[in-house]
Ligand binder design. Structure first.
Ligand code: FDA
Ligand code: NAD
Length: 435
């Protein structure tokens, strides 16, 4: 018989935000049996960024339970036992297929129902698939995507099965750059294909991208720009053998990894909550248009106070902090204590090969490159500032130390005025150190 369960608090989604929300609930105090985390995944919340990096390393790859939350931000690692010790019910392998916010009821694929008083939506994103666009042959075997640990296991198995083979990476964003690197580290012959004139155009300027493209090329990654995959060939077993590009060329492939963007998982709530900019609209406490329903992480479109704007952010730092803020707000409402306003400074990062960059703030206005961006340097270290209305509003740094990354974060937050672009270019990090 289908089960029915009631909880005071339900977190829907056991990813990064779900895990950090659980920790914050425990910090603020929950009674045993009050809180449930419901997740489609089979494992307790973990630090998703590991999947495109250490999980796929050729030597000593990271595996669970090594990277459960909250190790990614230097916190305690929450093993499944932690949830049971705290009386938090971790309901895994459970996909919610219906959410009725009016009756405060969630229904799983197996027909179980969960009712709640407060709901925290933390469903994250799903990958956009080439089959969504009807790309011919996109359902062939070994055309792989990466979002969850199961996807990473399939990718790892394919890498082992196709040792020394050819890999084509479709997409030039985060997944494209991180996966091209890790596939190359696994000695595959890697070609990366993307439609734009340079990689990661949503953040990188042409100059920043030129560094990464040269660095990758020097590592043996081939880069094909300005075109897209329009079809795939497969053998009699259905295994992919080639990628057909719009420009007419054909790339042989044993493995294809696709990273053409994510889509926030909001469908369960369509027509029930206000939406904006592709996400669920929230206030500064991450409460949605429905009282008692909160949305955090990738799905939330929230007020970004520093820019007097509303935005959605698909990065791990925000998923952690938004979850913590929402739980503080929920508990603060109960106790009548005011919670400081959420004042988020965007922070993104990536790592690949021996490279590591951080970005803080907003990448708008004029970009000014500084430092050593020669990809052949033994230890390249360079950055960029973005200047809008005479003030630095964003800062990027490749190869920085912890302290140096702290400096660029400070600059992006302080938004100091710039008197001379030339001086800024010359001073580079020195400018940040004076703030
Ligand atoms: P997240 O995706 O983490 O969790 C959502 C959870 O909800 C999943 O467990 C999912 O199964 C579950 N779920 C969804 N619908 C459900 C339903 N109907 N029923 C039950 N469960 C459901 N960012 C960054 O800043 N630096 C980095 O290096 C990386 N690296 C990186 C690598 C890879 C491979 C990915 C995919 C993403 C990153 N990111 C990143 C982005 C970052 O991981 C992402 O922004 C956060 O994981 C978002 O956290 P959420 O909790 O919102 O979603
Ligand atoms: P993305 O938005 O970073 O990049 C998508 C890229 O897809 C575009 O830059 C473009 O080059 C390409 N593209 C779009 N349509 C295409 C087409 N038809 N054919 C070929 N290429 C096409 O998305 P992603 O790299 O897929 O990442 C998915 C999600 O995971 C995002 O939310 C991202 O923020 C997150 N992620 C973040 C990190 C990080 O922050 N370090 C790492 C991995 C993943």
């Amino acid at each position: 018989m289908a089960t029915e369960k009631h909880f005071k608090y339900v977190v829907l989604g056991g990813g990064v935000a779900g895990g950090y929300a659980a920790r914050e609930f425990a910090k603020q105090g929950v009674q045993p049996g009050e809180l449930a985390i419901i997740s489609r995944e089979a494992v307790a919340p973990y630090e998703r960024p590991a999947l495109s990096k250490a999980y796929l390393f050729p030597q000593n790859p990271a595996r669970l339970p090594g990277f459960h939350v909250c190790v990614g931000s230097g916190g305690e690692r929450l093993l499944p036992e932690w949830y049971s010790e705290k009386g938090i019910e971790l309901i895994l392998n459970t996909e919610i297929v219906k959410a009725d916010l009016a009756s405060k009821t969630l229904t799983s694929a197996a027909g179980a129902t969960f009712t709640y008083e407060i709901l925290l939506i933390a469903t994250g994103s799903s990958v956009i698939k080439l089959s969504d666009f009807g790309t011919q042959g996109a359902d062939s075997n070994n055309i792989l995507y990466l979002r969850e640990v199961d996807d990473a296991d399939k990718l790892y198995a394919a890498i082992q099965a196709k040792k020394g083979g050819k890999a084509v990476v479709v997409g030039g964003g985060y997944i494209g750059l991180e996966l091209s690197a890790v596939l190359k580290m696994n000695n595959l012959d890697v070609t990366m294909v993307f439609p734009e004139p340079w990689c990661m155009p949503r953040l990188f300027t042409a100059e920043i991208a030129a560094f990464y493209e040269s660095y990758y090329t020097n590592k043996g990654v081939k880069i094909v720009k300005g075109t897209v995959a329009v079809g795939f060939d497969a053998d009699a077993n259905g295994d992919v053998t080639a990628v057909k590009l719009k420009d007419g060329s054909v790339l042989e492939a044993d493995i294809v990894v696709v990273g053409v963007g994510g889509r926030p998982l909001t469908t369960l709530f369509k027509g029930q909550v206000a939406e904006e900019k592709g996400g669920i609209k929230t206030d500064a406490s991450f409460e949605t248009s429905v009282p008692g329903v909160y949305a955090v992480g990738d799905v939330a479109t929230f007020p970004m106070k520093i820019y007097n704007d509303v935005r959605r952010v698909e990065h791990v730092d925000h998923s952690r902090k938004s979850a913590e803020q929402a739980v503080k707000a929920i508990k603060g409402k109960e106790s009548g204590e005011a919670v400081p306003e959420y004042d988020y400074l965007p922070y993104f990062y990536s790592r690949s090969f021996d490279l590591s960059w951080q970005f803080y703030g907003d990448n708008v206005g004029e970009a000014v490159l500084f430092g050593d961006s020669d990809p052949a340097s033994a230890k390249p270290k360079f950055g960029s500032y973005w200047i809008k209305d005479g003030k630095v509003v964003g800062a990027f740094l490749e190869g920085g130390s912890g302290d140096e990354n702290g400096l660029i974060a400070k600059v992006a937050r302080a938004q100091p005025p710039v008197s001379s672009i030339e001086e800024l270019k010359q001073d580079g990090l020195l400018f940040a150190s004076k703030i």
